[in-house]
Design a protein around this ligand. Structure first.
Ligand SMILES: C[S@@+](CC[C@H](N)C(=O)[O-])C[C@H]1O[C@@H](n2cnc3c(N)ncnc32)[C@H](O)[C@@H]1O
Length: 260
């Protein structure tokens, strides 16, 4: 048992929740894995560090070329449209591409750009973001945020939530809605199982040779369904309201906040 936001939570039951949610079909339950992505490996071995950096660079490149940074920045700015000078926390920033776009598009937004991975934080800090007058770059764990209650108007966690097993993912809901008025999670969609199988079949041949595809296949098997996201938020705190959008072909968008 564990205590989260004053509520007793059955962590064992939560740990075993399928990525497809409590009522996932048998086929959907097969389409998940506990295998780690390169990004999840806790290793300083040069080959592992090189693979991680390669995945992060590929994410930045695809974000620029396929417009994800712009798409995600638009979604984030819509959530703070009525705040004059929004304070935005980016969690799991990886390369900083989303924060870069937010700073470019919003003239007074202040960004705290974070990741749990020291090498990514160092690379972002060494870029122009490290000396941007409206940006702070630092390490932060999305499951245990080193920030005061209500310090931010928005916390955004893009393409990262699926990295976390259910108990840690529930903590992101609790922590994100504690430090920010709104928590925005943007992640891969979990398609219906037959479509999911097709997506995996197209990616699998490349997975052993391209680190980005290797991590993409595992991400696809680990992303949460809409019902899983609702269950995670409810476990975190019953006072968390969740709005879900998109999620079949486009990214899955979750906006969470606490009703008082
Ligand atoms: C797939 S990358 C996404 C990077 C970027 N947000 C994007 O949209 O391309 C996942 C990121 O989540 C970070 N991450 C994983 N677990 C985390 C945690 N507990 N707290 C904060 N960041 C985490 C990883 O270090 C990595 O940078």
């Amino acid at each position: 048992m564990d205590h989260m936001a004053g509520r007793t939570v059955d962590v064992d039951r939560l740990s075993h929740m399928p990525r497809g949610g409590p009522d996932a079909s048998c086929l959907d339950r097969l389409l998940q894995t506990n295998r780690q992505e390169y990004l999840d490996r806790d290793s300083d071995a040069p080959a592992d560090v090189a693979r991680k950096r390669s995945v992060i660079r590929a994410l930045d490149w695809t974000g620029q070329v396929f417009g994800n940074h712009e798409k995600f920045a638009k979604i984030a700015l819509d959530e703070v449209a009525d705040v004059a000078d929004p304070r935005i926390l980016e969690l799991g920033a990886g390369h900083g591409g989303l924060s870069r776009k937010l700073l470019e598009w919003h003239p007074t937004a202040r960004l705290t750009i974070t990741d749990v991975e020291p090498a990514s934080v160092a690379a972002i800090a060494a870029s122009e973001l490290g000396s941007h007058p409206r940006a702070t770059v630092r390490e932060m764990d999305a499951t245990a945020m080193d920030a005061a209650d209500g310090e931010f108007d928005l916390a955004v966690f893009a393409l990262s939530f699926h990295h976390l097993p259910p108990p840690a993912a529930a903590r992101v809901f609790a922590e994100g809605t504690r430090v920010a008025t709104k928590l925005l999670i943007i992640d891969l969609p979990r398609p219906p199982a037959p479509l999911h199988l097709l997506r995996l079949a197209a990616m699998l041949p490349w997975a052993p040779v391209v680190p980005f595809v290797h991590d993409g296949v595992i991400s696809s098997l680990r992303c949460y369904s809409a019902s899983a996201l609702r269950a995670l938020a409810a476990h975190a705190d019953p006072s968390i309201d969740v709005e879900l959008r998109g999620g079949l072909f486009g990214p899955q968008v979750v906006v969470a906040g606490r009703h008082r």
